[in-house]
Design a protein around this ligand. Structure first.
Ligand SMILES: N#Cc1c(N)ncnc1-c1cnn(Cc2cccc(F)c2)c1
Length: 305
């Protein structure tokens, strides 16, 4: 994988881990009640972190996730207003959140309202996804009659997650928590999909992460929620236009531009080529278009920031 630029040093915080596109910090004073989750401008595709970064991406996705958190009626991990939360470093204030540190459940809570990607691949192999049998004849990108909960085991950081059955998730976290994860994931997805649909956007699938608050024991929604990094969003008018080919119909509001360019300019061997400036700007524009469609406002952070 491309060498990731080192996460920036931030006063009062110690860098502890970097994912493909986000960086985690803990308080430098050893307070284990909080975390800083910083969204970089990095973009990844085909398991590679690409160059150059997309200016403004981290801030836009952080703002979109916070917009959704404020509309989801359940406890979340944001430490906004917590009297003892460490200060937000000004260097990353537009693209980071100070969060309560949770005991994270090792389950990626995936909900699918349409079948594509790894879910469609599993369906093609087995006729089911995560042990849920589906009707014959479903094609890539088809909407499902009802959303399905298709959990994955959160492999150790950096490895691929593995689709599991609900029953396996119950072995991992216990039956009560497994049922609560499924119920919360389906409920949030259903409400978010409706809001998106009212704005002409299809929420095809998404991934939630939950944790347990060590002080209260309550179930808490964590990580990022309903961003175009954790979800697939499609334009409803394009999706319904039968005259278009599949890739145009499933034009997602995220990295499809990047994936299409890479598919045409990289043979998947060695390191991927750097993205041209036009692809970088068009990709930001797609992230921004989704943000504007869903929230009705322009993102606060601008690419030049
Ligand atoms: N959110 C949250 C969270 C929390 N509130 N408490 C404890 N752990 C986490 C936590 C652990 N991993 N991740 C995902 C992740 C991976 C890689 C880089 C990142 F920035 C982020 C989130």
């Amino acid at each position: 994988m491309t060498n990731i630029a080192p996460a920036p040093a931030l006063p009062g915080w110690t860098h502890t881990y970097s994912g493909k596109v986000r960086d985690l910090y803990v308080p430098a004073n050893g307070d284990d009640r909080f975390l800083l989750v910083v969204a970089s401008n990095r973009v990844s595709a085909f398991d590679h972190v690409l160059e150059p970064p997309i200016p403004g991406k981290g801030g836009l996705l952080t703002e979109l996730s916070n917009w959704w958190f404020s509309r989801i009626p359940m406890p979340n991990h944001l430490a906004t207003g917590h009297p003892e939360a460490p200060a937000m470093p000004s260097e990353v204030a537009d693209r980071a959140v100070v969060s309560r540190r949770l005991e994270m459940y090792p389950v990626e809570c995936v909900v699918r309202g349409a079948l594509t990607g790894s879910g469609f691949a599993e369906y093609q192999r087995t006729g089911a996804v995560c042990g849920i049998p589906l009707p014959e004849g479903i094609e890539d990108g088809d909407l499902l009659d009802e959303p399905i909960y298709t959990p994955a085991y959160k492999a150790p950081l950096g490895e691929h997650d593995e689709n599991i059955t609900f029953e396996r998730s119950a072995e991992l976290v216990g039956p009560e928590v497994a049922a609560a994860l499924r119920e919360a994931s389906l409920r949030i997805f259903t409400e978010a999909r409706q809001l998106a649909a009212e704005r002409g956007v299809i929420l095809a699938d998404t991934k939630f992460e939950f944790g347990r608050d060590p002080e209260t024991g309550e179930l808490v929604l964590a990580d990022e929620v309903l961003t175009s990094d954790s979800s697939r969003y499609w334009d409803a008018s394009l999706y319904l236009d039968a005259a278009l080919d599949r890739s145009a119909r499933l034009a997602s509001f995220d990295k499809q531009i990047v994936r299409n360019w890479l598919a045409a300019h990289w043979d998947r061997t060695g390191e991927p080529p750097a993205l041209p400036a036009e692809i970088v700007s068009r990709t930001y524009d797609r992230y921004r278009e989704l943000f504007v469609r869903l929230t009705g406002t322009e993102p606060s952070a601008t690419p030049g920031a």
